[in-house]
Ligand binder design. Structure first.
Ligand code: 5AD
Ligand code: SF4
Length: 467
């Protein structure tokens, strides 16, 4: 067991310069990521810090001096996946005391020291709020040859180190971190800490640099993105103000954001979405359940009636707007009657897409000890019914697109098959075949596609031109 306390480790002061010294020159690193878009971007940020310190990314953990397994813990399955991957990785990792196996992310934060017991050759654990300290912590492990538990350190201020993003059309940008809500099922407030927002000018500066580097679209990330600045921690700006500023960045084509919370919706946000042409007409607004009683037990803070009000206003103000959601079945005490309200909600709101899950009790959440779970086979059967309904709606909606022309932002281009892949403003996946007579596109171009084939997962057609 590592005996040192957090204060023995020399950390980068919040707000201080990022480590620029090339202390990891000649080292190789590999990052494996589980979980949400926030986690994907956290991996990009950790990769940015490692390359900034001289390390080089490799695609195979067996070749890496430093291995990071960036975990998720949202459901039990996420823990199991990360642990089984760790088992595989530790079998192939390089021998030698100078090599480092680090477990980062939400499972590391939740489990803490337990990770060292579960996987004894882990050298470093680090929570999502400690990314800034990655390099000093790696240096501490290398110099002392002992384990370090970075989750014991105090949360540094909200920071976004330079990220190493894949080249492409679209980039993630963190605007807000943490969560102050208290959803009874959710582990995130305990793994990502309290809500904090980045200053507008920093975000705008980062996006301007992304545009200069060739990115055309940004997705603004936050656990509660539309709660941005509500605590007064963004110099008085709130999310609608931020969106207006980002909308003014020259050369940026599209703006998306995720994830929004129904309680933090505002009329100002709707107006900005309606009036700012670069803000895409798509909102991911998790409803979780269609039953007011379940929503109350989940401590979500709204009723279906309030959710309906926002959806009606959105549909009124933004013609062609698309809505996606998250749904949980089998929450504590969920009756058949309560579950049928969720089916009703799916019928009523006509979600363009929905992620649905069986409730998974998480340690350190309010509902963990409540019990009263429906039998497993009942929850499995509810999930199947729910997913069937969502899929049949998607299939119907996608079929209605046949014969229509949509605009997509080119995210992938395969010159062999002359296929472009991208998304509509509403976030639908589209594949389009480019005629031989057309010049090759670049990533980030806007092209129009006439839809010929529809399935439940996406649309396919022929490119008809450039926008
Ligand atoms: N069990 C099942 N699903 C969960 N989610 C969050 N916590 C749990 C849990 N304990 C789902 C919610 C959330 C999405 C990211 O994951 O639907 O919106
Ligand atoms: Fe998983 Fe939630 Fe952490 Fe994202 S924030 S990695 S979904 S536990």
């Amino acid at each position: 067991m590592d005996e040192r306390s957090a204060t023995d480790i020399s950390l980068h002061e919040p707000g201080s310069a990022l480590p620029g010294e090339k202390g990891l020159n000649g080292k190789t690193f590999f990052v494996k990521t589980f979980g949400c878009q926030m986690n994907v971007h956290d991996s990009e940020r950790m990769s940015g810090l490692l390359t900034g310190s001289g390390a080089v990314p490799v695609g195979d953990p067996a070749e890496a001096d430093i291995i990071l397994v960036n975990t998720c813990t949202i459901r039990d399955k996420a823990d199991q996946k990360a642990l089984s991957d760790l088992g595989r990785i530790r079998m192939v990792r390089k021998d030698g005391p100078e090599n480092i196996l680090a477990v980062t992310g939400c499972m590391a934060q939740r489990e803490g020291e337990e990770i060292f017991r579960l996987v004894p050759d882990v050298d470093l654990i680090l929570g999502p709020s400690q990314i800034r300290n990655l390099i000093p912590l790696i240096e501490t492990v290398s110099s002392g040859n002992s384990r370090v538990n970075g989750t014991l350190l105090p949360n540094p201020e909200m920071t976004t180190p330079p990220a190493l993003r894949p080249k492409g059309a679209t980039a993630f940008v963190t605007v807000q971190e943490g969560c102050d809500k208290a959803c009874a099922y959710c582990v995130v407030p305990s793994t990502r800490g309290a809500e904090r927002s980045r200053p507008v000018r920093e975000i705008v500066r980062e996006i301007e640099m992304l545009v200069q580097s060739g990115y055309s679209e940004v997705t603004l990330l936050g656990q509660n993105v539309n709660g941005y600045g509500k605590k007064g921690d963004a110099d008085g700006a709130v999310f609608s103000d931020l969106l207006s500023e980002v909308n003014a960045v020259a050369g940026l084509k599209r703006i998306r954001f995720t994830t929004s919370h129904p309680v933090d919706m505002s009329q100002e946000l709707l107006e900005v979405m309606a009036n700012c042409s670069r803000v895409m007409p798509h909102l991911h607004l998790p409803v979780q359940s269609g039953s007011d009683a379940v929503l109350a037990r989940m401590q979500r803070g709204y009723t279906i009636g309030q959710y309906r009000t926002w959806v009606s206003r959105l549909r009124e103000m933004l013609p062609g707007f698309s809505l996606t959601t998250d749904l949980i079945v089998g929450f504590c005490g969920e009756t058949e009657e309560e579950f049928s309200r969720t089916l009703d909600a799916v019928e009523e709101f006509q979600f363009e897409g929905a992620f649905s899950f069986i409730y998974s009790p998480r340690p350190s959440t309010p509902a963990f000890s409540w019990g009263e779970l429906p039998p497993r086979e009942v929850s499995v059967e509810r999930l199947e019914r729910l997913q069937k309904l969502v899929e049949s709606q998607s299939a119907r909606r996608n079929e209605a697109q046949i014969g229509k022309t949509v605009e997509i932002l080119v995210e992938k281009w395969d010159p062999e098959t002359r296929m472009v892949i991208g998304r509509t403003p509403q976030f639908q996946n589209v594949r389009g075949v480019l005629p031989l007579s057309s010049a090759d596109p670049s990533l980030g171009d806007l092209v129009t596609v006439r839809i010929e084939i529809a399935s439940k997962t996406g649309l396919k057609g022929a490119c008809t031109g450039r926008a």
